[in-house]
Design a binder for this molecule. Structure first.
Ligand code: GLC
Length: 477
């Protein structure tokens, strides 16, 4: 079995801002439990990590990290959790802050983190065959590993979870912070800036992303965010492996947050709907179809389309519930609709895990019309909770939700192709028609019940990649 060191900037249950944390918090377990690889994970030790975890960490080393002409101290901590060894890199100046991103010196913070990952390798009591780095915050670790070769024959994999966020620094930071010979500058530079995402893609032995469709899409300008030509250069080493979810945790049979636990029962699901309607002040009408959206309100998630169709759609006998926070434009327009259609719409401006699960359990339909979606986890959770997803055909949404065809009886959701509000509305209206036609609705629900999104298959695909890559050096040398 191969030794794999994951490096990333967030991981459940310690710290989370998005889906990346869910993946780093569940893929290693899947690999280890299926005996597919020995995985350990290294993370920044943020002040924001809850105290209960800090208290369990054990300090194992302390060393300086060279940042230009300065030395920054790093302390390395270790913690075992759920069969996985986690390492944490501490530096108060960089990581003892409110929140985890959004600072003027984010670039420098992750230069430090990436260097500290490399410097920590001798202290790990674990010799990685592969450094598996995730998203821009760990992109420089891939570059430093390939240039500095800190462990003989260690290979690198870089996984793109979202190419929109690239981690840019002024080009002068190369001389100020990197301590890497000038000849390597071109491997870090993109359009006049230093770019951590580009550095990862350029230097990694293999590149993956989180769905097969997104792996194709990012080679095109609409999705590639300026890096499409580089991805086309490296397409022989690029592949897409779909994410899974932790199906023990997201399990409507056992979920402690929901009112009535269930497996396939629509009767129980309606009890959850009634309870939710009471709780959030909507008319208690369990037979009225309920459409939900749960997300950060950002352009990526397709909320412009939702905004455009709400007025028309709310003319129907339906209920719509939106849960999340984000850009002011969306918060205010969704609040406006809730105020003006109090019998039909509720807007809950917060992030609340328990409430989110109550919504998944209560609803009939889940809206996710993303403009782009590398994988998307919410549509998988929605399928787990037997709530029918309505999605745009992009990235992982296209790979996991298949449009219902009333003639062949295939499909586990509804989908549309173009980023166009009319196409969304058309699918929502079609979903209503299916909901009201008993036989077709039953067929659709059967397909939803059969959808499976545990990590098992994808973990096997990662293990294959690890095996091929780790074997590759012995032949050439
Ligand atoms: C990012 C992507 C999302 C993906 C997640 C985990 O948050 O936007 O689509 O599911 O990473 O890979």
């Amino acid at each position: 079995m191969k030794n794999i060191l994951f490096t990333a900037s967030e991981c459940t249950p310690f710290i989370k801002t998005g889906g990346l944390a869910d993946v780093i918090g569940s893929l290693p377990q899947a690999l280890v439990k299926e005996n597919l690889a020995n995985v350990r994970v290294i993370l920044p030790k943020y002040g924001e990590i809850p105290d209960q975890w800090h208290e369990q960490m054990e300090e194992i080393a302390s060393f300086p990290v060279r940042i230009g002409w300065r030395n920054q101290g790093a302390k390395l901590f270790k913690l075992e959790h759920d069969a996985i060894t986690f390492y944490f890199i501490e530096n108060h100046h960089y990581f003892e802050r409110h929140g985890i991103y959004g600072y003027y010196d984010d670039g420098e913070r992750f230069v430090f983190y990436s260097k500290a990952v490399i410097e920590s390798l001798p202290y790990l009591d674990f010799v990685p065959d592969i450094l598996h780095a995730h998203d821009w915050q760990a992109g420089l670790a891939v570059a430093f590993a390939n240039i500095l070769q800190p462990v003989k024959n260690m290979k690198t994999i870089f996984t793109i979870h979202n190419i929109k966020y690239q981690g840019m620094l002024h080009y002068e930071a190369f001389d100020d912070l990197f301590n890497i010979p000038r000849e390597h500058f071109a491997g870090f530079e993109w359009n006049g800036m230093l770019n951590a995402m580009k550095s990862g893609i350029f230097h990694a032995d293999k590149i993956t992303t989180v769905s097969p469709t997104y792996a194709e899409e990012i080679k095109e300008p609409f999705y590639g965010e300026g890096l499409e030509s580089l991805l086309r250069d490296r397409q022989g080493d690029l592949s897409g492996i779909i994410n899974g979810i932790n199906t023990d945790d997201y399990n409507p049979m056992k979920d402690p947050y929901i009112h009535a636990n269930y497996q396939h029962s629509r009767v129980k699901k309606k009890e959850n709907k009634k309870k939710l309607q009471e709780m959030i002040g909507l008319p208690v009408k369990p037979d009225v179809p309920m459409y939900i959206a749960i997300s950060r309100f950002v352009e990526q998630k397709g909320f412009h389309l939702v905004e455009h169709i709400l007025h028309d759609f709310l003319q129907q006998d339906v209920q719509v519930v939106i849960l999340g926070t984000g850009e002011y434009e969306f918060e205010s327009s969704f609040s406006w609709f809730a105020q003006n259609f109090p019998e039909k719409m509720a807007t809950l401006l917060k992030f609340d895990e328990g409430l989110a699960r109550q919504l998944y359990a209560a609803a009939d339909f889940f809206l996710m019309p993303s403009k782009f979606e590398p994988c998307g986890l919410s549509q998988l959770i929605s399928l787990q909770y037997k709530t029918v997803p309505i999605v745009r055909e992009t990235g992982g949404l296209k790979d996991t939700v298949h449009p219902f065809n009333e003639f062949t009886g295939e499909g586990n959701g509804f989908s549309f192709q173009n980023y166009n509000a009319h196409e969304l509305l058309e699918q929502m209206e079609y979903s209503l028609k299916i909901y009201h036609s008993d036989k077709l609705w039953q067929t659709l629900l059967k397909n939803v019940n059969k959808s499976k999104f545990s990590w098992t298959d994808s973990a096997v695909q990662y293990a294959e990649l690890y095996k091929d890559l780790a074997a590759s050096h012995t032949e050439g040398e």
